[in-house]
Ligand binder design. Structure first.
Ligand code: CA
Length: 367
């Protein structure tokens, strides 16, 4: 009996020891990930998001998880980021969900909805209104997990090589504008062309396109778009923000120990806020530079253009909502949240903006 107990005790001790060694080995495992993006390497604003993410994760994990960031075209083209992550060519990606409308049309709801929610409102819907759960349900079929990873804030209406005084002036223009906004412009007589950011400047300068939108003054100045078109229009009705996305291959994520998963999620959440902060800080100065140093002509989009864009946007968004069960559920959640937040923001954010700046004026440019 005694010998048997001792033998059992020894067996148990060995097994425990092995388990401890196993746990220790797992905690010391290192992971080297690749992150592909749809942006030029190190681009200001949106391109800084993944760079910050990689740095944070390496520091927080004491080097156990390192992430190498690739700009568009370095490992895969900008529009193949989603496939690369789904197939495991890269463990992670940073992009915008409306680029995947060919695979999952409803993905467009999570990037930008014309006349829809701004950055503050989108973040609230995604993180406290069920939006992120729906986004993950949509991507689940592809073996990809998604998190919000930055916002641009309200974008600019775009660059035009001529003045736009009414809807009629849009007719026949060739323009780069992605997502639902592009479809709206298409129905307003504009021929819409899609291309990754890195190709915009050359296309505008060569005359292959007559107009483009990109992001806002900070990024547009960096691309030199003022050297290719003179008129800079606002507001970006088509993109009241773009939410950028971090996408992670499900299998790669599952291989990480729980603490590294927590570090990764925490770092993405940090980046989500940081990208918006950078845009908020830089856009005004960049716009002043565009106007004062590069003689850019700042213009507000004509009222009839905005009114028609709003009317057609409602049709385009409804058609998308009607296109599938999940699109319908996403839009129902989105619209319900927007209705509520607009209702409250009427007497909070909006009332405050109006009280702070009653004539809505700006010291920049001219109308
Ligand atoms: Ca844009």
């Amino acid at each position: 009996m005694q010998r048997s107990s001792i033998a059992k005790a020894i067996t148990l001790a060995s097994a425990t020891g092995l388990m401890l060694i196993g746990a220790q080995a797992q905690a010391q495992d290192t992971f080297e990930w690749k992150l592909v993006t749809s942006w030029p390497k190190n681009f200001p604003g949106v391109g800084q998001g993944p760079e910050r993410l990689a740095k944070l994760v390496e520091e927080m994990s004491d080097g156990r998880l390192t992430i190498e960031v690739f700009g568009a075209g370095q490992l895969v083209p900008g529009f193949e980021v989603f496939d690369a992550v789904a197939e495991g060519t890269a463990q992670m990606g940073h992009s915008a969900s409306y680029y995947w409308k060919g695979k999952a049309p409803a993905a467009q709801f999570f990037a930008a909805v014309p006349f829809g929610m701004n950055a503050q409102e989108m973040n609230a819907w995604l993180h406290y209104g069920g939006g992120l759960e729906l986004w993950n349900e949509l991507y689940d079929d592809f073996g990809v997990e998604v998190m919000a990873a930055g916002a641009s804030g309200v974008q600019m209406g775009g660059w035009y090589n001529k003045e736009i005084n009414s809807v009629a002036d849009l007719d026949g223009l060739k323009m780069r504008m992605p997502g639902l906004g592009g479809e709206v412009m298409n129905r307003m007589g504009v021929a819409i062309v899609n291309m990754p950011g890195g190709e915009i400047f050359t296309s505008l300068q060569s005359g292959a396109i007559d107009a483009t939108e990109w992001i806002g003054p900070y990024n547009d100045l960096a691309f030199g778009l003022h050297q290719a078109a003179e008129y800079y229009y606002y507001p970006g009705w088509h993109e009241p923000t773009v939410m950028f996305e971090a996408i992670i291959n499900d299998d790669a994520l599952a291989e990480l120990p729980a603490d590294l998963q927590a570090i990764l999620r925490s770092a993405v959440r940090d980046v989500n806020q940081d990208v918006l902060d950078e845009y908020t800080a830089r856009n005004n100065d960049a716009l002043a530079t565009l106007i004062n140093e590069h003689d850019v002509q700042l213009r507000k989009l004509p009222d009839d253009v905005l009114a028609q864009a709003q009317e057609i946007s409602a049709e385009v968004v409804q058609e998308l909502a009607d296109s599938s069960d999940i699109a319908g559920r996403i839009y129902e959640s989105y619209r319900e949240f927007q209705d509520k937040v607009v209702n409250y923001h009427a007497i909070s954010e909006q009332a405050y903006y109006n009280a702070r700046n009653p004539d809505g004026g700006t010291s920049l440019g001219q109308e």
